[in-house]
Design a protein around this ligand. Structure first.
Ligand code: LLP
Length: 387
């Protein structure tokens, strides 16, 4: 694992990003996505740090954004507007105006009412706006319920029968141009079976449309590819070949159709670590606690999704003991690892919380008026390989 050479002297807590690993990950994704019809977008909600975006923008990758500010930031970082798509179940009028003004590739529309609003705003601006319809395919992605997005219980997208009807009636909406469909069924999906199921649902929807004479040049299958939180050293880069092979083998698309992928976690997840110092240790009759200076304000995934992140003690290699590794926030959910087994830990030890490059720093808050954690990047400071 790459770390700053002075990792134990930098003020904690801080995020550290291994930019070499990020580059290798993007290169692996692009090489696996070896199909002229396929196009990768980075879902910038996973990590919107300028340095990360600038690294990603050195490659031929588009952007998936979900807010007006993400859209602005993508443009500021130099992404072409024609490579940007914009999803989100609750876009404000201002955000829609910004998207139309910026001339992005497509607004991914998530309800019939939004479709009418986009049509109206676009008319007021004397424009015809390219949109994609987000389909809710009612597929259970088999992931945590908070990050499942493609079932009838979720707020996202439009049901398949409505999609067919909207397309049949779309002539009456003069200021929008439906260029295709958008799907995204959830995040941290590890089984390829789920993506195979997605392909077969997409095939059936596209086939129903084809029978009505509707063929699109644009298809967006979303993101969701999971990473190996258990073994970040064994699998620093997810198997992109398996993922893209599923779509190459199971998805049927007309030869002019460009298939867009919106990958977030699988691009940035493994390149980030959260480095934190042990402030105190203490025992109760049932538990041994390591109290660290990072909190759920720096990394909320364990508290919000009960998510597992591997925790390592960088200072000690003593005999391993079982700890609850907890932060300083006044919430019992402020816990990074329940019963984490790490070398015996004492005040001043430096711990590393792994695989936090996606949905880590970007979800930070200032609850308890906490200072935001600093971030360091391996291409800007001297690094070492630790262990
Ligand atoms: N496209 C859309 C429309 C999305 O909503 C998302 C993620 C993605 C693409 C990227 O998905 P990915 O490839 O990263 O799985 N905060 C949660 C994850 C929320 C995902 C939100 N949408 C977490 O920490 O697990």
């Amino acid at each position: 694992m790459r770390l700053p050479v002075n990792y134990n002297r930098l003020e904690t807590p801080y995020y550290f990003y291994d930019i070499e690993l990020l580059n290798e990950t993007i290169e692996a994704a692009l090489s696996a996505c070896n199909n002229n019809n396929f196009r990768i977008h980075y879902a910038m909600k996973a990590n919107a740090n300028s340095q990360i975006l600038e690294t990603i923008n050195r490659y031929n990758i588009g952007i998936d954004c979900v807010s007006g500010n993400e859209l602005k930031k993508a443009l500021e970082c130099g992404f072409n507007s024609s490579d940007i798509v914009f999803a989100g179940v609750g876009k404000s009028d201002k955000e829609i105006q910004l998207a139309i003004n910026s001339g992005i590739h497509a607004i991914n529309v998530e309800s019939e009412e939004e479709l009418e609003v986009v049509n109206t705003i676009s008319g007021e601006m004397n424009r015809v706006t390219d949109i994609a319809l987000r389909v809710n395919p009612d597929i259970d992605a088999g992931t945590h319920k908070h990050i499942t997005t493609g079932t009838d219980h979720n707020k996202f997208g439009i049901s398949i029968p409505d999609i067919i009807r909207i397309n049949e009636e779309s002539d009456k909406l003069k200021n929008i141009n439906i260029i295709g469909l958008h799907f995204h069924i959830g995040s941290q999906i590890n089984g390829m079976d789920t993506f195979i199921k997605l392909c077969s649902t997409i095939n059936s929807v596209q086939n129903d449309l084809l029978n009505r004479g509707i063929v699109f040049n644009h298809l967006n299958v979303g993101g969701g590819l999971g990473i190996d939180y258990d073994n970040p050293d064994k699998t620093p880069i997810v198997n992109f070949n398996d993922y893209f092979d599923v779509f190459s083998s199971h998805l049927k698309y007309p030869h002019k159709q460009i298939v867009h992928f919106e990958l977030g976690r699988s691009i940035t997840g493994q390149c980030g670590s959260l480095i934190t110092k042990v402030l105190y240790t203490k025992n109760t009759s049932r538990k041994r606690f390591a109290i660290v200076d990072a909190g759920m304000t720096d990394l909320i995934r364990p508290a919000l999704y009960n998510a597992y992140h591997k925790i390592e003690n960088l200072t000690s290699s003593a005999i391993k003991l079982r700890y609850d590794v907890v932060g300083p926030i006044c919430e019992s959910s402020d816990c990074f690892g329940k019963d984490a087994i790490i070398p015996e830990t004492k005040r001043g030890d430096i711990l590393c919380i792994r695989s936090v490059g996606a949905y880590g720093q970007v979800m930070a808050s200032q609850y308890n008026l906490r200072e935001p954690a600093m971030a360091y990047y391996s291409d800007m400071i001297e690094t070492i390989n630790h262990k």
